[in-house]
Design a protein around this ligand. Structure first.
Ligand SMILES: Nc1ncnc2c1ncn2[C@@H]1O[C@H](COP(=O)(O)OP(=O)(O)O)[C@@H](O)[C@H]1O
Ligand SMILES: [Mg+2]
Length: 367
């Protein structure tokens, strides 16, 4: 009996490494386990190894070390057409000489389905993406958004258990992209498909996914649900990469317990923070505070919260929210976001104010 470990996992990367040139690792010790039906996004900057991971999972690249398991079985032992993996890419990769319906029928022919069954499945898949009337057209006669829908339908037509998508919406305009984000997650959940989605767009990752794996330089920096990733980043890279973030640098001067430490900022100010990625007094740290967790009205602040002096540098009216840029402890890019509400001040540049936050919203991370 092989060791299945934790596992109900449907997809598993077990200590996977990848080098293309036998020298540099572009994927370094990747561990990842996904349950069936999960929508997981690999998010990270360009070159961080996302596509390589997807290609290894699809079987187009082989891992240099480690193993990838699909439903408990090493993927190397499963021939490509039996892997039941659907794929969608940014450039659609539709066959230009075939009609939409022929494009969709192709993966079914490869799987030796009969004509009537093929036709029924093609119709169903096209209806699913609202392209039922376009079966007779060729890809060149469709808009980019329509082509992307067809590519999606073609990936789903043979009812794969696993779908891999690599930046599938990158070429679409904003409105269509947001619509397709919604369509893709709806379909994936309705059909119970396990999905690995790749993007460098953090908003896309946060809004679509059950969990997000944040990649940097061939490693997963954090793997968590969107709200955890945003509210509880494990390290400075994740805090900077996901959402907007204010950073103040300093030195840990006291560890008061698992949830509280004191930091002396480089400008001399003392603040309290939650120790997340610091271990000892004397450690250098970057404390990270989200712009919407900073209060500029002292009466909104809980008793005992630390306050700091700030100078207003810029006030930007954005309709639904206000963005106020401040100088705080030497940082001139300190941003506070407030909801456009009657009791929120519209501050003039040059105004001296006091700001504050709760220590638990202020995370002491690695420097
Ligand atoms: N076929 C290949 N041959 C050699 N190097 C490659 C190949 N594909 C990707 N790389 C390199 O591997 C690294 C990771 O690339 P990739 O997986 O495409 O990252 P991402 O999808 O996150 O942008 C990059 O440095 C890239 O240049
Ligand atoms: Mg890529």
């Amino acid at each position: 009996m092989t060791d299945l470990g934790d596992d109900q996992s449907f997809v598993k990367f077990d200590r996977v490494q990848k080098s293309y040139d036998g020298e540099n690792l572009v994927v370094k010790d990747l561990n990842l386990a996904m349950p069936q039906g999960e929508f997981l996004t690999m998010l990270g900057p360009s070159g961080s190894g996302k596509t390589t991971c997807l290609m290894m999972l699809a079987g187009f690249e082989t891992a240099t070390h480690g193993e990838i398991l699909l439903d408990g079985k090493p993927i190397n032992n499963i021939p490509p057409h039996k892997r039941g993996i659907g794929m969608v890419f940014q450039n659609y990769a539709l066959f230009p000489h075939m009609t939409v319906a022929e494009n969709l029928a192709f993966p079914l022919e490869v799987r030796k389905l009969g004509k009537s069954e093929r036709e029924a499945k093609v119709k169903r898949a096209l209806d699913m993406v609202q392209m039922g009337d376009f079966g007779g057209r060729r890809p060149a006669q469709l808009s980019g958004g329509q082509q992307q829908r067809v590519a999606l339908a073609r990936a789903l037509v043979f009812e794969p258990e696993l779908v891999l998508m690599d930046e599938p919406l990158g070429a679409l305009d904003k409105q269509l992209r947001e619509h397709m984000q919604f369509e893709i997650t709806r379909l994936a959940h309705e059909l119970g498909i396990t999905t690995v989605y790749v993007t460098h767009d953090q908003t896309e990752a946060l809004t679509m996914s059950d969990r997000v794996a944040v990649f940097e330089d061939g490693r997963i920096q954090q793997l968590a649900a969107p709200d955890t990733l945003y509210e509880e980043p494990d390290n400075s890279f994740v805090a900077q990469f996901i959402g907007e973030n204010n950073t103040l640098e300093g030195i840990v001067t006291e560890l008061k317990g698992p949830d509280l430490c004191t930091v002396k900022l480089d400008g001399g100010e003392i603040i309290e923070a939650k120790p997340v990625n610091v271990s000892a007094v004397g450690d250098r740290t970057r404390v990270s505070i989200r712009p919407e967790r900073v209060e500029m009205s002292m009466d909104r602040l809980q008793e005992g919260a630390h306050t700091l002096k700030a100078e207003v540098l810029e006030f930007i009216y954005m309709g639904d929210i206000f963005r106020t840029r401040l100088r705080v402890a030497g940082n001139e890019e300190f941003v506070v976001k407030t909801r456009n509400a009657p009791d929120q001040p519209r501050l003039t540049p040059g105004t001296q104010i006091e700001i504050g936050w709760l220590p638990e919203d202020c995370r002491a991370l690695d420097a």
